[in-house]
Design a protein around this ligand. Structure first.
Ligand code: 5AD
Ligand code: SF4
Length: 430
């Protein structure tokens, strides 16, 4: 029998999508995956993130923890693996390291771990169609990786080192993968990448690709991740308003800072005024749009007033999905050498304040749907026999009176209560 594996995924949505590729590719070769915390698997794969020093440290800590718990070996892949020039993972006991964007594996002496690492590399460098395996997704929602890499070079960000220059997959390749996923019953396709608006191929931009994907009648809806300011966001908002594009009404729009001074130091190419103008336009076109953002607190030189400028914007709009990060120095990035470093305490304290505002805003946003009909893609029936799914705006929803026949369909529901940010709804009879 082939070894059992546990997969630990850290970081962003793209990493989670890649985790599904890794699992699918290894299952195809006969490996079994366990999620049961009570059993010790033979091997653990950690698909890591390196966005902050803390994420990088956590990955090192996990390697030691799994080895102490008695697994035979740990294979490390992902962004923290590709930026680990000093081979710290091996020093902590990793059996093999897969440096994703560099397309390279650092093998050890355990032949089984090496074979797993080789397959991980295969999953990360081949689309599922070419790779004769099915990604392992848990619901009716599947991710399609349309691009990798980023060259925006924001002053704080190490991702270009971890993921390399932008590379776009071709249209035919993407459509073939969508076709395979749709034929297996997936209904929501999440177009994923490091910086998806960089996607360009065969004379099309991201909006053109969305229209092509949407033209298949089996597609229920299409979801996007983060969209960088000053790119194609206005065209995307128009697209969201067109039912034929089947595009979910969410805009995850990273602000990073609400202070023009800090935005300049961050090498972001917009002002707070430009950012707000787009959000206002989005709200005008789609008043219920799900708004998300990423914010960094305590970037070098951030004064209390700069921070208050950020708070003011966060407070002004109905954000429902805020990701707040205390600034973390990443070696080799331009920001790492900037003067006027903000003490870690202040970075954390500011983050805490914004997280609290974000939680309040999310509740208010969810409450605003009570009594309003919304569309949900039913993903599954849970253990209690209740339907589960997400709205187009990305609110989790429980639907009573829903049956297995509705799984995979878009249905209209009426929310009557919000509990822990989850909408409780009944099927809308109208
Ligand atoms: N420190 C803190 N947060 C960071 N991010 C990127 N780099 C850093 C860093 N050095 C955040 C940004 C980005 C999100 C994915 O991670 O907000 O949008
Ligand atoms: Fe983390 Fe960025 Fe890599 Fe995603 S792409 S895992 S957020 S470093």
């Amino acid at each position: 029998m082939k070894a059992s594996i546990q997969l630990k995924i850290m970081g962003c949505r793209l990493n989670h999508a890649e985790g599904a590729f890794i699992q699918g590719a290894l299952e195809r070769q006969g490996y079994s995956f366990t999620i049961d915390p009570a059993t010790t698997p033979d091997y653990v794969i950690i698909h890591t993130c390196t966005i902050t020093a803390q994420a990088q440290r956590e990955a090192q800590r996990l390697v030691r923890g799994y080895l102490r718990a008695g697994v035979r070996g740990v294979i490390v892949s992902g962004c923290a693996a590709s930026t680990d020039k000093e081979h710290n993972f091996e020093a902590n006991g990793a059996a093999a390291v897969v440096a994703n964007s560099l397309g390279e594996v650092r093998y050890g002496t355990d032949a089984d771990a090496n074979a797993i690492a080789e397959r991980v590399l295969f999953a990360l460098t081949h689309g599922a169609v070419e790779g004769e395996y099915m990604p392992s997704f848990a619901s009716t929602r599947a991710s399609v990786k349309i691009q990798d890499g980023c060259n925006f070079r924001c002053a704080y960000c190490i991702v270009p080192d971890a993921r390399g220059e932008p590379r776009s997959r071709g249209v035919d390749d993407i459509l073939a993968e969508c076709d395979m996923l749709l034929s297996k019953g997936f209904r929501e396709l999440v177009l994923t990448g490091v910086n998806t608006i960089c996607w360009r191929a065969d004379g099309l931009n991201l909006c053109g690709l969305i229209r092509k994907v949407a033209s298949d009648s089996r597609v229920g809806r299409i979801r996007l991740g983060s969209i960088e300011p000053r790119t194609t966001e206005r065209e995307l908002i128009e697209l969201m308003a067109d039912p034929a594009a089947k595009l979910c009404q969410t805009l995850h729009y990273p602000l990073q800072s609400g202070s023009n001074n800090i935005l300049k130091l961050m090498r972001r190419h917009y002002t707070r005024e430009e950012y707000c103008e787009v959000v206002e336009a989005a709200l005008e076109t789609l008043p219920q749009i799900g708004l998300g953002s990423d914010i960094i607190t305590g970037f070098p030189g951030e004064t209390e007033q700069d921070f208050l400028d950020t708070v003011e914007i966060v407070d002004r709009f109905p954000f429902s999905n805020l990701h707040v990060f205390p600034y973390s120095e990443r070696p080799g990035t331009p920001a790492a050498t900037l003067p006027h470093s903000v003490p870690m305490d202040a970075r954390r304290n500011r983050a805490k304040q914004l997280i609290a505002i974000g939680e309040r805003k999310r509740k208010e946003y969810a409450q605003s749907f009570i009594g309003k009909a919304v569309e949900v893609l039913v993903e599954r029936i849970d253990d209690e026999g209740v339907g589960r799914g997400w709205t187009s705006e990305y609110l989790e929803t429980r639907i009573s009176g829903c049956t297995a026949a509705e799984v995979g369909s878009l249905i209209s529901v009426l929310p009557h209560e919000v509990n822990l940010d989850v909408l409780h709804a009944t099927i809308n009879q109208k």
